[in-house]
Design a protein around this ligand. Structure first.
Ligand SMILES: [Fe+2]
Ligand SMILES: [Fe+2]
Length: 291
């Protein structure tokens, strides 16, 4: 990772970076069978993320919208609009994927009900704190994108449409990885707000994900559930770049941290070259992102 100060990292984005625009994956997955993503452990991992996105990304959108009114920089406001549009489309597409996972017997509705209650409780906090929570969650999402690409976890996916969906989401997460941190700083969020929210969000996310995993496996025989957890543990143990991921995780604690310091640009370039996602027609409209 190239050392770079926060202001230098921000400056590097202001001129050469393309605008943040919502795109669409261009294909929707059809029926999914067992081991749709290659193994029981990877099914468990991808499904748990997909379960969290509709309510989670709604929380991100609403948190950003509560703060962005105080931003005066027009470029930053435009980037925030791009963030909202991208996350809104992610929500829509993941609801569709979750509908298919429901067809495999997953307790999608049970998780939605639980996570909606969580979101509503979290939203009682101050606008600044929720934006800081969003920054932390976006950092974790970016790390997952980088690790997924580094490990080529999606190569084993049986469906090209599912692979496309995830790479589309992964690309856009990396494209907008700086937006919330930039807005947080612009509206006066201090270093301590950012890192204390991170300390809160890290265990929360682990708990929510474990809950999503349980909902994915609910109703299955014990042996099948155990096999899925063991398969997932094996994936994590065999993960390439574990130490790099850990370093990237805790880089967030540095006062000079900026998301641009994460090596996301080569992954974005890979996605653009391989998939070439087309712009969404109503880009910027923030479909379904009322907040
Ligand atoms: Fe997203
Ligand atoms: Fe995001």
């Amino acid at each position: 990772m190239t050392p770079m100060t926060a202001s230098a990292a921000r400056a590097a984005t202001t001129s050469a970076e393309p605008p943040i625009l919502a795109k669409l994956p261009g294909a929707r997955p059809g029926d999914l069978g067992e081991c749709w993503s290659g193994s029981p452990g990877s099914d468990l991992m991808w499904a748990s993320y997909s379960f969290m996105f509709p309510e989670g990304e709604l929380f991100f959108i609403r948190s950003l919208k509560r703060c962005v009114g105080a931003v005066t920089d027009p470029r930053m406001r435009q980037e925030a609009e791009g963030f909202v549009a991208q996350e809104a489309y992610h929500t829509t597409e993941h609801r569709h994927l979750n509908d298919l996972l429901r067809g495999l017997g997953a307790d999608v509705n049970g998780f939605y009900a639980y996570f909606r209650t969580v979101r509503l409780k979290l939203e009682r906090a101050s606008a600044l704190w929720n934006l800081a929570r969003t920054c932390a969650a976006e950092h974790l999402t970016s790390l997952h994108c980088l690790a997924s690409h580094r490990n080529r976890w999606l190569d084993a996916c049986k469906s090209e449409a599912v692979r496309r969906l995830w790479y589309w989401h992964l690309q856009e997460e990396l494209e907008h990885r700086s937006v919330c941190v930039d807005v947080l700083r612009a509206v006066g969020g201090s270093y301590w707000v950012r890192v204390l929210a991170f300390a809160e969000v890290l265990p929360r996310m682990a708990w929510y994900q474990s809950r999503a995993m349980r909902c994915y496996l609910r109703g299955r025989p014990f042996r099948q559930q155990l096999a899925a957890y063991l398969s997932f543990a094996g994936m994590i143990l065999r993960m390439r770049g574990k130490w790099q991921t850990l370093r990237e995780l805790f880089a967030y604690l540095r006062p000079s941290y900026h998301p641009r310091q994460l090596p996301g640009d080569p992954v974005i370039a890979y996605c653009r070259a391989r998939f070439g996602f087309a712009l969404a027609e109503a880009s910027g409209a923030g479909a379904g992102a009322s907040g």
